[in-house]
Design a protein around this ligand. Sequence first.
Ligand SMILES: Cc1cc2nc3c(=O)[nH]c(=O)nc-3n(C[C@H](O)[C@H](O)[C@H](O)COP(=O)(O)OP(=O)(O)OC[C@H]3O[C@@H](n4cnc5c(N)ncnc54)[C@H](O)[C@@H]3O)c2cc1C
Length: 468
Amino acid sequence: MSFDLIIIGAGFAGLTVANRAAELGLKPLVLEAGADELYRCNSRFSTGSCHVAFQTPWTEPAVLSKSIIENTGGAAREDLAETIGINAARTIDWLKDQGASFEDHPRRTDHMPMLSPLREMKAGLDWEGGGANALLQKLGAKLIERGGELRRGIRALSLIQTDGKVIGIEAISEAEPQTLSANAIVIADGGFQANAELVKQNIGCDISHLQCRNAGTGVGDGMRMATEIGAEAVGLDSFYGHVLSRDAMTNEKLWPYPQVDLICATNIVVDSDGQRFADEGLGGISIANAIARLDDPLSATTIFDARTWEDAKTTDNVPPPNPSLPDAGGTVIEAATLRELADAASINAAGLSVTIALYNEHIAYSAGPALSPIHTQTTYTAQPIIDPPFYAIPVCAGITVTSGGLSVNGRGQVMDTNDQPITGLHAAGSTVGGLEGGPRAAYVGGLIKSFCIGLLAAETIAAGHGSP
Ligand SMILES: Cc1cc2nc3c(=O)[nH]c(=O)nc-3n(C[C@H](O)[C@H](O)[C@H](O)COP(=O)(O)OP(=O)(O)OC[C@H]3O[C@@H](n4cnc5c(N)ncnc54)[C@H](O)[C@@H]3O)c2cc1C
């Protein structure tokens, strides 16, 4: 049996490429390392919000592209940012044609599309009844109807290249090596967030000090095999993730939700000396990256007061930490005074006292010297820490998916170190770099990155089908 294209990974990126290619008359084979029928992958675990840099896909394309470039501080590739802006709305329409169910985000007024059914607003991992799991199964079934194939329990190991063209892969299934060939190969293996060595090397953190807020299947195989044949990898030093209770490291009920992002972004996060170390106002993704870079990433604590804890009973889009966090066994320390709070949370009391005094002076009264680091207030309003009782939540960084990866152009082609496409090699989804990250760890959206670049890669392959 011969195939026009082989796709590595059967998450949303891989199954989008495969289905679109089959629609366009090609014969795809998808290889999936997971052997189970409901194999684990980030796509299956996802909450289903199909945003583009937190805006709806039907926002003006130029606005979307500009936000991507600006949010990443110019780190994103312009061609990729532009193509996401132009194709985002069409991507949602294509998914609807495949039978995807969407409903509006329940707490936003801009019709943000969410995969339906929505996950329940509760702590812990909860994917079985969700829209993402349903769509993944639907895309798998569609592929078979269209004459494509999905083989589980087979792991791609390396690429075969002759005369500058990628023509196949070496893989392994039940300890049996296999060689498979096709006109085009698509890498859709989902990033490197579960590879301890790559996380240490690129993000600079021991993975055992992070909570893996992911399926554990993204081990960087695709990036490794592509760079072995000369592909360029970019922006590897940041990740998309959230701030979680530190107890999530040992308590399964505390990830992927509740997040502590909003409390952190509107208050302070300190180390064991009571010192701030991040611009909390940049939000949870940025704070999680800053926590991961601490000498001791398991030493961060967020501090806030009674008013914030009351506000934490409602959040925009995720299960509110009050009361889901303590209910699920997460530590929330309460004390009548800041001194008692510091002692109970094992934080240097004198250091914390100075930090809070400066912060309050600046935030509540716009007085005193500028904070260092600053506390940006563009998206979130910083709250003074003045109303007892006072609270502390020991936190950790939850890593969901790496931001960087293979340099891919606006047509889903993998680029070499001279910024030229490698013939026959394509990529989609979380394995793609050059769209997210930058100085503030900007996030565009894992789902749109998978669906949209997946469509484009398939269309590029179909357009070039038959050429040498
Ligand atoms: C809890 C959670 C919530 C999320 N919520 C959202 C959200 O609301 N909105 C959003 O935009 N994003 C969200 N994301 C991120 C989003 O789910 C991912 O970025 C996206 O699904 C990635 O898709 P993918 O196909 O690239 O990777 P994956 O879905 O991870 O699929 C990659 C597949 O490749 C396979 N694989 C790996 N290596 C090999 C190999 N060598 N050979 C063969 N197969 C291999 C893996 O087993 C895996 O099945 C969330 C993620 C998580 C974990």
